[in-house]
Design a binder for this molecule. Structure first.
Ligand code: SF4
Length: 435
């Protein structure tokens, strides 16, 4: 396991690279920020800070030569890894952190110079750039799934080549949400069987044994965290803003890799308690327009969300990336439970499934408008957000902003501001007419 010894140098190289290449950033210096969060006692942290600390802890652990580390694709559930004390490292999530640290442009360009592809998802291209610079911690093995990103398989193959580690691939059939009951049952069995094979693969690669009792507990904890988060989201339905939208977008729980940990339970319980306290005070501000945000945000720049919240009286009542689309797990049947979660991602289904979900949002959250931030290289969400906006335009006002979550070259706030203003002027007029 000599490869693990490289991690200490890789962390130092990452921090040095961040200092040398930092451009405009939404974060403080990476090292400074991580250090400040880790120093504070847990009791003094807000839910958002606890989330940041949970992610930072996991990130730092991934660079520890004593850790067993898996690189996994974005939508791979992490409960089995948590139960085996394996540190999950998501290259695409690391790309979001890289953008926040203001070093994504140079790494996207590095990735593009290798892939010769300018229109791929920049979460993946940026990660490829970071891998080429050897900034990510050497993995012990790699796991990827076909849901949902088209780039995931290629990135995993590239990761395996560059690191020399073995890769395990899980095939998830497309369209679980529209399958008939027989097809769905077969699909659940098919994915569950592959998850069991994955455990055998991990046991062979690492010499660790999965303790089924431990997995049971992790699945229970994952359910508990899910319950707290759902309770918090329930509070947002009929209240003034209880938390800043930019913070909620950073939760993006469908992508989170700390499900199944005590930290996740604590974070979501704290979030619920903070929201309850904000509720008792009548909210953190008196917003005017209730907005649902579709997809993620630009991670290198917070201007859009700050502008709509501070200047245009808008507030986010829900985010697609915080939509808990999966049912509670049956801890006694972990493989099928996880398979159901992997099959039920609405973005890995025909676009009509998304039409149905957004139609329901309107009533559920009493929405004034929907804002979709598209990511130019995303094969699943770029077109589907445009199609949803067109399909539902008579139902709710939609604004679609074309941009890129990671690559700052593909976005300019002054250019999108005119359209944002036109959208909110229209919502203002609509509101005035109704009063
Ligand atoms: S933007 Fe689309 S392709 Fe890229 S990581 Fe997200 S879901 Fe996957």
């Amino acid at each position: 396991m000599e490869y693990r010894l490289k991690r200490t140098q890789q962390l130092q190289d990452f921090l040095k690279f961040s200092q040398e290449h930092k451009e405009k950033s939404t974060m403080k210096d990476m090292g400074e920020k991580a250090g400040a969060l880790l120093k504070k006692p847990a009791s003094e942290l807000s839910a958002s800070q606890k989330r940041g600390r949970g992610i930072t802890d996991m990130f730092i652990k991934a660079y520890d030569p004593n850790s067993c580390v898996v690189w996994h694709s974005l939508f791979m559930p992490t409960e089995i890894f948590q139960a085996m004390d394996i540190v999950p490292f998501t290259a695409e999530m690391a790309a979001a952190g890289i953008a926040g640290a203001g070093i994504s442009r140079v790494l996207v360009e590095r990735g593009e110079s290798y892939t010769q592809c300018m229109d791929s998802c920049s979460f993946a291209t940026c990660s490829a750039g970071a891998m080429l610079e050897h900034l990510f911690p050497e993995p012990d093995f790699i796991v990827t799934t076909s849901q949902l990103c088209d780039t995931a398989m290629k990135l995993a193959r590239f990761s395996a080549q560059i690191t020399g580690r073995k890769e395990f691939f899980i095939d998830v059939p497309f369209g679980g949400m529209v399958m008939n009951p027989d097809q769905y049952r077969d699909a659940v069995d098919y994915v569950a069987k592959q998850l069991k094979s994955m455990v055998k693969f991990i046991e062979q690669e690492t010499g660790r044994k999965l303790d089924e009792d431990r997995l049971y507990e992790v699945m229970q904890r994952s359910n508990e965290a899910r319950e707290w988060f759902l309770k918090a989201m329930e509070l947002r339905k009929n209240n003034y803003p209880l938390v800043r939208g930019v913070q909620m977008l950073d939760y993006s729980v469908v992508l989170l890799n700390i499900w199944g940990t005590d930290a996740a339970v604590d974070i979501f319980k704290s979030l619920y308690e903070e929201m309850q306290a904000a509720c008792a005070k009548g909210g953190i501000s008196k917003g005017i327009h209730r907005i649902v945000w579709i997809h993620l945000r630009p991670y290198y720049d917070n201007t859009i969300i700050n502008y709509i919240e501070k200047e245009r009286g808008a507030y986010l009542v829900h985010e697609m990336s915080n939509f808990i689309f999966w049912d509670a797990f049956d801890p006694a049947d972990p493989y099928r439970s996880l398979a159901r979660k992997m099959l039920s991602n609405p973005a890995y289904s025909p676009v009509e499934v998304q039409f149905g979900i957004y139609e329901k949002y309107n009533k559920l959250f009493n929405v004034d408008g929907m804002i979709g931030f598209t990511h130019k290289g995303c094969r699943h969400l770029y077109s589907s957000i445009h199609m949803c906006a067109e399909h539902l335009k008579d139902d709710t006002p939609w604004l679609v902003i074309d941009g890129d979550c990671i690559d700052p070259r593909a976005y300019s706030f002054p250019l999108v501001k005119t359209r944002i203003d036109a959208f909110f002027d229209m919502l203002d007029m609509k509101k005035e007419r109704m009063e």
